[in-house]
Design a protein around this ligand. Structure first.
Ligand SMILES: [Zn+2]
Length: 388
């Protein structure tokens, strides 16, 4: 029994063969079904009219797990699901193209792993190069350029030593796929990439169609995982990204090409406006404190000023630090009753302690500046209490 004919003859989708081992796990005189391996999933299809549930290699035999039973000696027709096979051929070849693009962009590149799933494909690059967003865009551009260039894809078996001696051939050392045995199967994309591989491929890169990089992650030390889509997934992802870009550009009244520049300009404008806003707030707070100070009162032989200010607590703490000269104790409260106290000639933290004993809540600070919150009164109630 020979291994699967699928890698060398990936276009044959219907074939006849004799059942050798019968039952629900069938071996055949020959097969064009691809057994799961080297990152490529098993073919789907039917055998003798039964659905093929799985195809795997067991003890060098290709075993077809079917939804039914077949008798040894029967002649059966195998039908490979053409759509899924076509997807795997395209996705698999795309991974070689991606690796070839990586050769042009990354230092000390090594092969880290590969996997085809129905929606996306991943390739793990082993490289010290940090793969940033720009590099990812360039990687995708090179891949699609190679697809457009219509490079021939070929496969042949080379004596093992010859293939291993060739520096330009990438090996999937993780699974040892294609490098065990007397000969090594080498898949070559003309002028672009060569790799030891036992999978099914398209004969020309143009048959891959559009490729879209989806994302990147780091599955381990020195490894970068790049996920990409071919076919429908690639086309849909591009449309989604394009729609988002056009919508974002439209929202700020520019076009897609000018979007980054326009976003940077808006960021700078926001920074300037925020600075202006903070300055105005601080000026307003100053006016408000002046008016609170003008309405000061005597308490325990000290000159007090207290009032409600609509500002955040950090601004309050800053403000009470610079009391007007004739005020010994300045207390500023937010409308909901958070407060800051600045004091000279009195202990601000002791004042906070006294207030939290009366109204609950908690706080603390130094003799110069203290803060409190969670009191069972609002800002106006607090000021009324202090004024007596
Ligand atoms: Zn391959």
């Amino acid at each position: 029994m020979a291994p699967s004919n699928a890698p060398d003859d990936p276009e044959t989708r219907t074939f006849e063969a004799t059942v050798e081992d019968g039952g629900g796990e069938v071996t055949l005189s020959e097969t064009y079904f691809y057994p799961a391996g080297g990152g490529q999933p098993a073919d789907r299809g039917t055998l003798g009219g039964h659905d093929v549930l799985d195809v795997r290699t067991t003890d060098d035999e290709v075993v077809h797990v079917i939804d039914g039973q077949l008798e040894a000696g029967e002649t059966v027709t195998g039908k490979i699901d053409p759509e899924f096979r076509r997807y795997c051929m395209r996705a698999h070849t795309a991974s070689h193209v991606l690796y070839g693009a990586g050769r042009r962009l990354f230092d000390e590149l090594g092969y880290g792993g590969f996997d085809i799933a129905p929606e996306k494909v991943r390739v793990d690059f082993r490289t010290p190069t940090e793969i940033d967003d720009d590099t990812l865009v360039e990687l995708e551009r090179l891949v699609n350029r190679c697809v457009w260039d219509s490079r021939a894809v070929s496969w042949e078996r080379l004596p093992r030593e010859e293939a291993l001696a060739c520096d330009d051939v990438a090996f999937n050392t993780k699974t040892e796929e294609g490098i065990t045995g007397e000969t090594v199967r080498v898949v070559e994309i003309d002028g672009w990439d060569a790799a030891a591989c036992g999978g099914t491929h398209v004969p020309n890169t143009r048959r891959i169609g559009p490729v879209t990089v989806l994302n990147r992650s780091n599955p381990g030390e020195g490894l970068t995982r790049v996920e990409f889509a071919v076919g429908e997934g690639a086309i849909d992802r591009r449309a989604t990204e394009k729609r988002a870009t056009v919508e974002a550009a439209g929202a700020i009244g520019t076009n897609a090409e000018s979007l980054p520049e326009e976003v940077r300009r808006l960021e700078a404008e926001i920074d300037t406006l925020e600075d202006e806003r903070d300055e105005l707030r601080s000026t307003l707070l100053g006016y408000r404190i002046d008016s609170i100070a003008a309405d000061g009162f005597e308490r325990d032989g000290l000159r007090w000023a207290a009032g409600v200010v609509d500002a955040d607590t950090n601004a309050l703490a800053e403000a009470v630090r610079d009391r007007p000269g004739d005020i010994d104790v300045l207390l500023l409260a937010t409308p909901n009753g958070q407060l800051a106290v600045g004091a000279g000639g009195a202990d601000a933290s002791a004042i906070v302690e006294e207030l939290t004993e009366t109204f609950g809540g908690g706080g603390g600070g130094s003799p110069e500046v203290a803060q409190a919150g969670g009191l069972d009164t609002d800002g106006a109630g607090l000021v009324d209490h202090l004024r007596g």
